[in-house]
Design a protein around this ligand. Structure first.
Ligand code: B16
Ligand code: MG
Length: 215
């Protein structure tokens, strides 16, 4: 039985991929780089600077300096944050909210394990500030998924052994990170069907049964 569940944020608790897409698209159009939904899919769970590198694979001109790259990433983030302001508590589904509350009531520890530096802002938009027992996000890590750092830190914050944690992820890199951390994993959305995942969630609420919560 798991003592803690660590949730990825984007693609698991809520959906910000459309906003990421629109913000990168706006930046790509401005500098004249090809960008589409399939490239956007490769950015799932990947850090902001690594995402930029993937986008710049399409760039045919002279390479950008490190400083210019930081500027481009900041520009994308400003557009993205502006778009995030559209999010409200309605962007947290009833199923996700109910499941989180049931897990919590049963005494299971809950954490966020996200690559995003905007995790706090997103949680605020969807009304989950202060809900989780711990937040491990893009602001505290030095290596992004598939490195296990973000999840190991979450376990540390929760004072829980990695083997007692279940990670819920929509990115294959996140499932790899969970395995590297010695944690169980449940795939959802884009990661569904990935052979390394211990569980595949057709519905978010299946977590209740996996965690052995009795009603
Ligand atoms: P930011 P997750 C990830 O969040 C997103 O899936 C990924 O597309 C994004 O590039 C990354 O966060 C960094 O986001 O620019 O807000 O720091 O899925 O790990 O919750
Ligand atoms: Mg994700």
């Amino acid at each position: 039985k798991y003592k803690a569940v660590i949730f990825d944020l984007d693609g698991v608790i809520c959906h910000t991929d459309r906003y990421h897409y629109l913000a990168w698209k706006q930046l790509a159009d401005k500098i004249g780089i090809y960008f589409d939904e399939s490239i956007n899919n490769r950015l799932r769970g990947v850090s902001r600077m690594e995402s930029l590198e993937i986008i710049l694979e399409q760039w045919k001109g002279t390479s950008f300096t490190e400083e210019e790259k930081i500027g481009l990433a900041e520009e994308k983030n400003a557009i993205y944050k502006e778009l995030l302001k559209q999010m409200t508590e309605k962007d947290l589904s009833i199923e996700v909210k109910d499941t989180l509350e049931r897990l919590r009531k049963s005494g299971i520890l809950l954490s966020i394990g996200s690559s995003s530096k905007n995790a706090g802002f997103i949680l605020e938009r969807i009304g989950l500030t202060g809900f989780f027992d711990a937040i491990s996000d893009g602001n505290n890590i030095t290596k992004s998924k598939p490195d296990p750092e973000v999840f190991l830190l979450a376990a540390q914050y929760l004072k829980t052994e990695p083997g007692d944690c279940l990670v819920v992820e929509d990115a294959r890199a996140g499932i790899d990170a969970a395995a590297a951390a010695g944690m169980g994993s449940a795939a959802i959305g884009d990661a569904l069907g990935y052979s390394l995942a211990d569980y595949n969630l057709k519905e978010f609420k299946e977590l209740i049964e996996i965690c052995g919560v009795v009603s």
